[in-house]
Ligand binder design. Structure first.
Ligand code: ADP
Ligand code: MG
Length: 371
């Protein structure tokens, strides 16, 4: 009584995905919500050297997102190419990938966004008297024309996810989406004092950060991010070890929050969410904060581009350091050293034991490996 196993039914034939479908798949990773569109567009504006970037959103960005910059712009052919998948002006070889100086390099943001929205690009370079206007709807070309405009680029994204109902369903209420947009603009603005930013929500100006450096910038941008009391309640730090430089402002323990969103980390000018650095930050505050509290801080970490991989995540919010342990200890020590100036010693060095300060409570200071 033997049965002959019948072969499994033949699968569907393999076929190449259409350009539009590949873009929509890429959009799944890069374009999570209106704020991700704003992030990608503003990053492009910064990469284009814009000193002024204005963002308009309506209905939390669900109905409209418009980013206008005064960067170098694109001429016609370049603008058309910019909407093609894997087309970028930012890298040309694999070596470039390990020396990234720009925020973008994957060449997929514009085609991804254009595949899931009603998309318009207008751009003009200084050498021409007028600009180019391109319109794309759900990844399909609609029209091309010329228009009078100042040098720079204007991108308009309407009805995001109009053709991907699953994504549309997952968008939050208007206010929540607007909040995410605001948060991204603040993050980008923190790292780019050389550019001015303005955000308009439903026709009303909601955020303005002028370009500027030094104290003016610190006061203005830190206050918009964390509130006016932050500056009076933080410590400035600046230190480096070998090739890792750390600078920024760390909040006093009294400013703590209940989640890690108050920890702003930038690696080579890019806002990131990095477990290693967050761990270093929390470790540095360990004796000063309860385990369910998070400090408020902004840290800029600079490492040579060839010692960090930024091509780990499609939206580039994660990085991988080659010398993770070294980065960890450099960050931890930099913060500990700043906090130690508070009069509270957060750790004691074994070489030079110093007498405990007045308030010292035995058992409160944990011993640390000074590695
Ligand atoms: P990436 O930024 O990774 O290169 P994008 O899809 O975001 O990819 O953009 C594609 C290209 O379009 C960029 O490499 C750049 O040359 C050009 N571009 C996009 N936005 C702008 C802008 N605002 N101003 C000037 N050029 C731009
Ligand atoms: Mg880009």
């Amino acid at each position: 009584m033997t049965t002959i196993d019948s072969p499994p039914p033949r699968g569907r034939p393999i076929q190449r995905l259409s350009e539009v479908l590949s873009n929509q798949i890429a959009a799944g990773e890069v374009v999570e919500r209106p704020a991700s569109v704003v992030k990608e567009l503003v990053e492009n504006s910064l990469d284009a050297g814009a000193s002024r970037i204005e963002v308009w959103i309506e209905q939390g960005g669900k109905r409209l997102i418009r980013v206008v910059d005064n960067g170098h712009g694109m001429e016609d052919g370049q603008a058309r190419l910019a909407l093609e998948r894997h087309a970028t002006s930012k890298i040309a070889s694999v070596e470039d990938l390990f020396a990234i100086q720009t925020l973008g390099f994957r060449g997929e943001a514009l085609p991804s966004i254009a595949s899931v929205s009603h998309f318009e690009l207008e751009s003009r370079i200084a050498e021409q008297v007028d600009g180019v206007h391109l319109a794309v709807r759900g990844g399909q070309w609609e029209e091309e024309s010329r228009l009078v405009m100042p040098v720079g680029t204007r991108i308009t994204v309407r009805n995001l996810f109009f053709n991907t109902p699953a994504r549309l369903k997952f968008m939050s209420a208007e206010n929540t989406e607007a909040q995410h947009v605001t948060e991204w603009i603040q993050r980008l603005a923190m790292a780019h004092p050389e550019s001015g930013f303005k955000l308009w929500i439903n026709g009303r100006e909601s955020l303005e950060m002028r370009a500027g450096t030094g104290e003016y910038w610190v006061g203005q941008r830190l206050a918009t991010l964390f509130g006016d009391d932050f500056l009076a309640n933080c410590l400035e730090l600046e230190s480096h070890q070998e090739h890792v430089a750390v600078s920024g402002w760390v909040g006093l323990p009294a400013l703590s929050r209940s989640n890690a969103r108050s920890i702003h980390l930038f690696v080579n000018g890019r806002w990131v969410r990095d477990k290693v650095i967050i761990a270093a930050v929390r470790e540095a505050y360990r004796d000063l904060l309860a385990s369910n509290r998070y400090p408020v801080l902004v840290l800029f970490i600079q490492v040579p581009p060839d010692t960090v991989d930024v091509n780990v995540h499609p939206s580039k919010q994660e990085v991988r350091f080659h010398q993770q342990t070294f980065v960890y200890s450099t960050v931890r020590r930099a913060i500990e050293a700043a906090l130690a100036t508070l009069g509270r010693r957060t750790f004691q060095s074994s070489e030079q034991p110093s007498p405990p300060p007045q308030w010292f409570i035995p058992g409160m200071t944990k011993s640390r490996k000074n590695s």
